[in-house]
Design a protein around this ligand. Structure first.
Ligand code: MN
Length: 362
């Protein structure tokens, strides 16, 4: 297991590589070319420069989150093949630079969605939060403004202002894209890119939809164990797998995360681990990573990852904003560093206890 932190790049992230390097047990970062637009070919020089910057700081670039997928591919417009060609060229350029993990999502129009980016808790910390009733009062055309208000001046991942400016066109583009069509479009995309992924050993790790249900009437398909299994089974390739994001999947309180992990044995290439507090249906807050701070049992989650032999890249996911830090919501240094230390602690104890059990049995 390789513990990492997500890092958005110099000029985009308030956290520095030097700070990340000082977190015990963190070996690398997951990053992206944050100024690239969906559909663009990533230039080799830019990938190389990013990798060099990370390595010069004593860390490894362990994967990309994300190479975003152009809406033409998700909606299967006549331009999709050209955009898939571009995507393949980006994968080739990443592969040539030794990148072997790419996280992506296949959500129409909106990436992750929250109703509040800074909900205050009793201890003064703030967290991201979701309330379906509040979301239902928002005109999707104004979603960008409501998200932007509490973003501390940062551009949020997946909420590119240029794209959001064309929100009406985007909704039109997806009006006939139901779940089955979206699955077909995803299959088409994966079948076209897998030969390149296999050639360069690039693991494509789809991120579950967040929250795990349809929002604003748009179809969403990466929303449950059954659908994640359908995805891994519909395109048979060692490079077709998932990002196991505990917080996204746990937006639905009925989801049993350790069970989902076990069912995806061999297909989890990347893990995002965070905790949530469930309220009534359609309403949840993010929390500190500690089990007792939220509704998820993080020991059982890490144990399930251990039991399936997970040896991929992991990162603490969104943290709370604490100690007065001003950062991109969910992506401050302090609480994610606490999260990394905690998850490493859980892992160490699971590994050592498992080994002593084996010895006892012998
Ligand atoms: Mn995630």
């Amino acid at each position: 297991m390789d513990m990492t932190l997500r890092w958005f790049g110099t000029g985009y992230d308030s956290v520095t590589l030097e700070q990340i390097r000082q977190i015990p047990g963190v070996k690398g970062v997951i990053s992206t070319l944050y100024d690239s637009k969906p559909g663009e070919v990533w230039e080799v020089e830019k990938i190389r420069a990013l990798k060099k910057e990370v390595e010069d700081a004593g860390l490894a670039l362990m994967g990309i989150e994300s190479v975003n997928i152009h809406d033409a591919i998700k909606a299967a417009t006549p331009e999709r093949d050209q955009y898939i060609d571009n995507y393949i060229q980006t994968l080739i350029n990443l592969g040539e630079e030794g990148i072997h993990l790419v996280c992506y999502n296949f959500m129409p129009v909106f990436d992750w969605t929250r109703s509040d980016l800074a909900k205050e808790r009793a201890d003064g910390s703030t967290v991201l939060s979701y309330d379906q009733e509040l979301i239902d009062t928002i005109d999707p055309g104004n979603m960008m403004e409501s998200i932007d208000e509490k973003a501390n001046g940062f551009i949020l991942p997946g909420w590119e202002p240029d794209r959001m400016a064309k929100i009406k066109e985007l909704f039109q583009m997806y009006q006939d894209v139901n779940e089955e069509v979206l699955f077909e479009n995803l299959k088409y995309f994966l079948e076209r890119i897998m030969p390149t992924c296999e050639k360069y050993d690039i693991k494509m790790a789809i991120h579950p939809d967040d929250p795990a249900w349809s929002v604003f009437g748009l179809s969403r398909i990466m929303t449950s164990k059954e659908k994640l299994l359908r995805l891994v089974n519909m395109v048979d390739s060692p490079c077709n797998g998932v990002t196991l994001c505990t917080g996204s999947l746990a937006s639905n309180p009925e989801h049993d995360i350790p069970d989902i992990i076990r069912s995806l044995k061999g297909k989890i290439f990347f893990a995002h681990v965070r905790n949530v507090i469930h309220h009534e249906a359609g309403k949840f807050d993010e929390a500190a990573h500690l089990s007792s701070d939220g509704s998820l049992d993080m020991f059982e989650i890490m144990k399930a990852l251990y039991d399936i032999g997970f040896d991929g890249v992991i990162r603490p996911d969104h943290g709370r904003a604490i100690w007065g830090e001003v950062a991109m919501p969910g992506y401050g240094l302090y609480d994610r560093a606490l999260g990394a230390a905690y998850l490493n602690g859980l892992w160490e104890s699971i590994v050592k206890m498992s080994k002593s059990c084996i010895q006892t049995e012998l």
